[in-house]
Design a protein around this ligand. Structure first.
Ligand code: C5P
Ligand code: C5P
Length: 493
């Protein structure tokens, strides 16, 4: 984590925003929160919504796909008396923001790499400005939480939502798939406030909601040959270990297994992987930190913070983000029931595209220094981000970033979702910067994080854009290799 003093400066900035919010609330100003449509953006909006509600503020929340001129034009239709708060978006587009909002005082709570010039009138809380890694150590929900806690200490009750946001942005990159950096302090708050318990357990996805053989079959990190993706074989494997799959006519989930059953299961999977030539460390990846939201009902997707994040993401991607925000603000009735249906649809959509890709593997091309997934009109732009994330962990050569795209016919634009691996990002590859530069060369906009980035460009510039990205990745990797041992921070395109 960054040195203490910078961390304190970062906290001071959050405190400044909280003071400004209190002043705005006392003047009865209208507040408009504009946030990003993924799990982190929705959690951030939910935290702000709840904190503003608790403070008696007049506010509205809007969730957007991305920031562009149209979004800003609409925001500016609200007169100067409305305070605009951007969460999980804004820092990457400071110049566009400056041009649109003029000298209006706005608040930006964002963890994307800052690009452009921040005006004096902008109150921006961004970890990157304080030497804190915004891709791994705190997400936008975390920043919103810090502000909320400075608004009122009682908002410590919202810390668990910041944990959900960070997990939604895949920030569990520390040992044992833990959250680290500033997130670790937020986890502590969530535990202290009685909402969270952190356990070390098997990391099958769906520990609360899926029958155990399904959860095992859905586990792809690590990939278990002969079991991953094969429900029948997973079921047979568990039966051989005498693990009861049903009790009282009900499928058992991982949460229902006794410690002894889990120990036997882990040890059998470990031996199975080792007997197939995997190193013991690979099997150890089956174990890690599980973030249990202890106030939520067992056997629901809200109980496991990673599943909670998936539910929020589903509402955003399926264009009903209001349901996600309502859940974050406490709804456990209508909005929650609707969101469960949305989650089902979302899962089916993703499965449909993954199957389609299995049959159309020629849509994934290996270029010199990147992979390209040509989603064209066949993969909906709302799914491309998730497909890109999933595919990027299963590429034959992990040392090449994946550039996935979909065509949005009604807008005639290409939506790009780019992902790289931890190892390339650690080496210093900055996908956010590469995608931004390539997009701007093609009259588009783009940016994001070193590890995950996105862009929108005119459709007809597609090949030029991809060639540019290919070249920029190649050049940056060559430079990084030459500079190995030198300071990574000095490396630019
Ligand atoms: O806008 P924001 O920062 O919230 O989104 C980051 C996106 O990148 C999320 O959708 C997250 O799942 C994705 N991501 C990824 N791989 C990583 C880190 C983030 O796919 N290693
Ligand atoms: O849309 P997707 O999940 O692929 O975006 C990956 C990351 O890039 C997210 O953090 C998103 O906010 C960011 N992004 C951006 N500018 C864009 C598109 C995406 O900063 N034009």
């Amino acid at each position: 984590m960054a040195g203490e003093s910078r961390l304190n400066d970062f906290f001071d900035e959050a405190k400044k925003v909280a003071e400004f919010l209190l002043e705005s609330i006392s003047k009865e100003r209208n507040i408009l929160v504009i946030s990003h449509m993924d799990a982190d953006g929705i959690s951030a909006a939910g935290i702000m919504g709840k904190a503003l509600f608790n403070a008696g503020a007049k506010f509205c929340i809007r969730i957007e796909r991305w920031m562009d001129e149209k979004v800003l034009d609409e925001a500016c239709l609200h007169g100067e008396d409305t305070l605009l708060i951007f969460t999980d978006m804004g820092s990457g587009y400071l110049d566009i923001l400056g041009a649109k909002v003029g000298d209006r005082r706005i608040v930006i709570l964002d963890h994307h790499q800052p690009i452009g010039n921040s005006k004096e009138s902008f109150l921006q809380v961004n970890p990157h400005l304080f030497g804190i890694d915004g891709s791994r150590e705190i997400s936008s929900a975390g920043i919103a939480y810090l502000v909320a806690k400075f608004l009122d200490g009682k908002n410590i009750n919202l810390a668990y939502l910041a944990v959900v946001g960070a997990l939604g942005d895949l920030q569990d990159k520390f040992d044992d798939r833990r959250l680290g950096g500033v997130n670790e302090l937020i986890v502590k708050d969530a535990v202290e406030s009685g909402f969270l318990s952190v356990e070390t357990d098997l990391l099958f996805f769906g520990r609360e909601t899926r029958p155990i053989h399904k959860a095992l079959a859905y586990t792809a990190n690590p990939y278990i040959p002969g079991i991953s993706g094969e429900e029948d074989k997973s079921l047979a494997f568990l039966s051989e270990l005498n693990i009861e799959l049903k009790r009282n006519d009900r499928w058992r989930a991982l949460r229902d297994l006794s410690q002894d059953e889990k120990r036997r299961l882990f040890s059998a999977l470990h031996d199975y992987l080792v007997s197939r030539g995997f190193r013991s460390e690979v099997a150890m990846r089956l174990l890690g930190a599980v973030y249990v939201l202890v106030k939520e009902e067992p056997w629901t997707p809200l109980r496991d913070a990673r599943e909670f994040a998936l539910l929020l993401n589903a509402t955003g991607r399926m264009e009903v983000p209001g349901l996600g925000v309502a859940i974050c603000m406490g709804d456990r009735s209508e909005a929650y029931e609707e969101a469960l249906k949305t989650l089902d649809e979302y899962r089916q959509t993703i499965t449909k595209y993954l199957r389609w890709l299995d049959e159309n593997s020629n849509r994934i091309e290996e270029w010199d220094s990147i992979y390209v997934l040509h989603g064209e009109k066949d993969i909906d732009e709302r799914a491309i981000s998730t497909i890109s994330t999933i595919l990027s962990t299963n590429l034959p050569k992990p040392n090449k970033p994946l550039i996935a795209y979909s065509f949005i016919p009604r807008e005639k634009i290409l939506k790009i979702s780019a992902r790289t691996t931890d190892s390339l990002a650690k080496m210093g590859l900055n996908l956010g910067e590469i995608i931004r530069v390539a997009a701007e060369k093609c009259s588009g906009v783009g940016g994001g994080h070193d590890i995950a980035a996105g862009a929108q460009i005119p459709y007809e510039r597609k090949i030029e854009f991809l060639k540019n990205v290919n070249l920029l990745v190649k050049k940056q990797i060559e430079r990084l290799k030459k500079n190995e041992g030198g300071s990574q921070n000095n490396i630019s395109i």
